[in-house]
Design a protein around this ligand. Structure first.
Ligand code: TYM
Length: 344
């Protein structure tokens, strides 16, 4: 790891944690921990931008933490915590509310998708959500952010906010004796064969926590029978698999299943096709089921075990939050000084 490099990412505790969250994000968090200082956050403040039942929220916060740990993130080495325990997130988000421009937020496609036709009825928090996300990252002056493809636009906004803050306060940053470019411009890490896992029932839609049908996604809590059932019923087309990647171009469902296989097997899509090209789905699906069960069952079993020890998860989150605050507090103190607030 280079000096000053730091990884931050977050997952919302809104229930139905799925294969897309795992392959697009959590699995990659695990890989990064070997060579980086990482903070992995259960972003509960983000979750409440849409109404959450309080009891389910507490359960879902623990479940995301359990998924992190069961997937292999070491809470002794890296920081696992829930966002609401570190007040700096909300404080810095307010300052960023005053840095970001309405026009920037008006362009956010995720808000448009989530608010749908009922924009007037959406919470103000849902609109300003990307500012909080920028605060999450920059509160730790994190430089690298592993996410799925759907977060790319939010990451670009975080970079714009960092840049504008650095420009708007350039002379104060200098006067306070801090280095030019106080906030780093965080880099999105969006890579691998599963940056956008699609619904099992419709290759044009993203696999999502909020899709009404559970058959569209594989949840990290699904047992082997359910995993098998969902893959068996996954939508496909009648053609056999191609031997080359170009052959997947107009076949979104086939491309999705091959991408999932590649990510689970940790091999390039081209190798999957070299092995399975020519096979029909009748032959490929059982192989995918085998692989998915082999990779996911240990995680869901460990999650279940951890969820039986809520006290231990809570202790890990409290310890993580204490360590997160040690990094965040001095940054927040400097931000306040730069902005011109008085106090210690
Ligand atoms: P969230 O909770 O929706 O998703 C968590 C992570 O999973 C990725 N993801 C996917 N990847 C591939 N295929 C899919 N179908 C799929 N669905 C979700 C997401 O890209 C994400 O990486 N705004 C974020 C949470 C957040 C955050 C942050 C992330 C808040 N603050 C700071 C990074 C840094 C979100 O809603 O993720």
């Amino acid at each position: 790891m280079k000096q000053n490099e730091r990884v931050f990412s977050g997952v919302q505790p809104t229930g139905n944690l799925h294969l897309g969250n795992y392959l697009g994000a959590i699995k990659r968090f695990v890989a990064l921990q070997e060579e980086h200082e990482c903070l992995y956050c259960v972003v509960d403040l983000h979750a409440i931008t849409v109404w959450q039942d309080p009891e389910s929220l507490a359960h879902n916060i623990r479940e995301v933490a359990a998924a992190f740990i069961a997937s292999g993130i070491d809470p002794a080495k890296q920081i696992i915590f829930n966002q609401s325990q570190v007040s700096g997130h909300a404080e810095l988000a307010w300052i960023f509310n005053c840095v970001a421009r309405m026009g920037w937020l008006n362009r956010m496609t995720q808000f448009k998708e989530k608010a749908g036709k009922h924009k007037e009825n959406a919470s103000v928090g849902l609109f300003s959500y990307p500012n909080l996300m920028a605060a999450d990252i920059l509160l730790y002056r994190a430089t690298h952010v592993p996410v799925g493809a759907d977060q790319k636009q939010h990451l670009e906004l975080a970079r714009d906010i960092a840049q504008k803050f650095n420009n708007d306060f350039a002379s104060s940053i200098e006067k306070c004796g801090h280095e030019e470019g106080f906030f780093p411009l965080p880099k999105p890490l969006i890579a691998g064969p599963a940056t956008r896992v699609m619904s099992l029932r419709n290759g044009a839609e993203k696999m999502s926590k909020s899709a009404p049908s559970d058959m569209t996604r594989i949840n990290l809590t699904d047992d082997r029978d359910l995993i098998a059932k969902k893959i068996k019923k996954a939508k496909t087309d009648p053609e056999p698999l191609p031997s080359e990647e170009a052959g997947l171009a107009d076949r979104p469902e086939a491309a999705n299943l091959v991408g999932i296989y590649a990510a689970l097997a940790e091999m390039p899509v081209s190798d999957v096709l070299a092995q399975h090209g020519g096979a029909g789905f009748g032959a490929f699906k059982p192989e995918l089921i085998e692989l998915a069960v082999q990779k996911l069952s240990p995680i869901s079993e460990e999650m279940q075990k951890l969820m039986g020890e809520a006290g231990e998860i809570d202790a890990i989150l409290i310890d993580g939050a204490n360590r997160a605050r040690e990094i965040a507090d001095p940054v927040m103190a400097r931000v306040k000084e730069i902005v011109g607030f008085i106090g210690k």
